[in-house]
Design a protein around this ligand. Structure first.
Ligand code: ZN
Length: 426
């Protein structure tokens, strides 16, 4: 079923949409027949599954939300007989029940294939040694990277998360060439390698980092400290895991695998489909997933489809790096802002580092926002704070308090860095 495209294939968004339309025509009746969850949902929405012929018709189909997946706990969304399910993974359940995702053997294989494509896109080959520092177990990250590396024929070093001492020992002894990590753990490792003066003894050349948004400044700092090129990888547990899209050597967007995944961008408030190029919430329909297929799944991630072909020549379409999440949207002083916008301002602010925090407080009914930023090496802090305040006013249109702190003084994390601290009472 997989559509293998080569670089010689000319890029055409129309052809991609045509291909996806053909897949969609089969998908909706298939879901209606095989998934009790979707049969009920389509019936309730009054949709005749045979009537879905084009991508425009997609707009009339109901969305699937994370809350619904939780309601189906544990295996309510399984769309195949259990004998075909070979594995489950689970999203972290920070609030309420987690989501359990069943995978068939084909799903496991498709995911490994997508991960291998991701790695190939970044330049990883069978001769590389890939250190896998994301978590294993119910998490999708560790096993996903490992399966991709193995599919490619590379050597996987499954260290798993934490234990920086062991990570560095493996990196030196095995001469790791590719590091996979969350960006905050990559930063922690990079700073440790630098502190110990090991830069000349490591052989890293590529870093593949994901699972959180990370700004250009953090990227540059990791690249400089480790002497590597870094790539952003995207994915969600509900849809395979990491590896549904990846940065390419041009670094101007992430390529996604349109033969397995149909991407739409919608207005998060009205739910209306937006044309390619417009920014909104990413909605994903799985085209080949068997264990738990998803129809119009709302990711809550903010991005846009990039029209046109990438300079790298890849025939796969692209989306913008994720700017933030719809739930991270901060409403302050009547303006909606995403942490991603602060990243953008930091990029153009001279002397700013990549680490920052957004702290929201309320005093006498009035909202206050403080942006705390790390300075790049030995920058005068007061000047930096002043420049940042001015740039945020010009670029985002709001007046905020700013504070610059010395490099390395904001907390580093082995998992995801927390950016927004909201102390306002609801
Ligand atoms: Zn590209």
């Amino acid at each position: 079923m997989a559509l293998q495209l080569s670089k010689h294939e000319p890029f055409s968004l129309d052809r991609i949409f045509y291909y996806q339309e053909q897949m969609l025509r089969k998908l909706v009746p298939h879901l209606y027949q095989n998934s009790p969850f979707y049969r009920k949902k389509l019936d309730e929405a009054g949709v005749d599954p045979e009537s879905v012929k084009s991508l425009d018709d997609l707009g009339s189909l109901p969305f699937t939300t994370k809350e619904e997946l939780r309601t189906g706990y544990p295996l309510g969304l399984m769309a195949v007989p259990e004998e075909r399910v070979v594995r489950i993974h689970s999203s972290s359940g920070t609030t309420g029940k987690p989501v359990i995702v069943p995978y068939t053997a084909n799903d496991v294989s498709t995911w490994a294939e997508m991960m291998a494509r991701c790695m190939t896109m970044t330049g990883v080959t069978a001769r590389d040694r890939v250190q896998v520092t994301p978590g294993y177990g119910l998490w999708t990250a560790g096993i996903g990277f490992q399966a991709g590396a193995e599919r490619l024929g590379a050597l996987a070093i499954p260290t798993g998360p934490g234990n920086t001492e062991k990570q560095i020992e493996m990196m030196l002894d095995l001469q790791t060439t590719v590091l996979t990590a969350t960006s905050s753990y990559a930063l922690l490792l990079a700073e440790e390698v630098n502190r110990r003066g090991l830069r000349d003894r490591i052989k890293l050349r590529i870093g593949i980092f994901g699972s959180e948004r990370w700004g250009e400044k953090t990227r540059t700092r990791i690249e400089e400290l480790l002497g590597i090129e870094t790539f952003d990888i995207y994915g969600l547990t509900e849809i395979y895991g990491p590896g549904i899209s990846i940065d390419c050597p041009e670094h101007c967007g992430l390529h996604y695998w349109h033969d397995h995944l149909l991407f739409e961008v919608i207005d998060p408030v009205s739910g209306r489909q937006l044309p390619p190029g417009d920014e909104g919430e990413l909605v994903v329909t799985t085209l080949t997933k068997e264990g738990m297929p998803l129809l119009r799944y709302r990711t809550r991630d903010i991005t846009r489809i990039i029209p046109g072909q990438c300079r790298c020549g890849s025939p796969y379409p692209m989306h913008e790096r994720v700017l933030g999440r719809t739930d991270d949207m901060i409403k302050i002083k009547g303006v909606n802002i995403y942490p991603g916008q602060i990243d953008h301002v930091l990029q153009i602010t001279e002397g700013a580092g990549g680490e920052y925090q957004i702290i929201l407080t309320r005093n006498m009914g009035k909202d206050n926002i403080l942006v705390k930023v790390e300075a790049a090496k030995d920058q005068p802090l007061a000047d930096l704070a002043h420049r940042l305040r001015k740039n945020i006013k010009t670029r985002i249109g709001i007046l905020v308090d700013t504070e610059a702190v010395p490099e390395g003084s904001l907390p580093r994390s082995e998992k995801k860095s927390k950016r927004v601290y909201d102390y306002r009472e609801c």
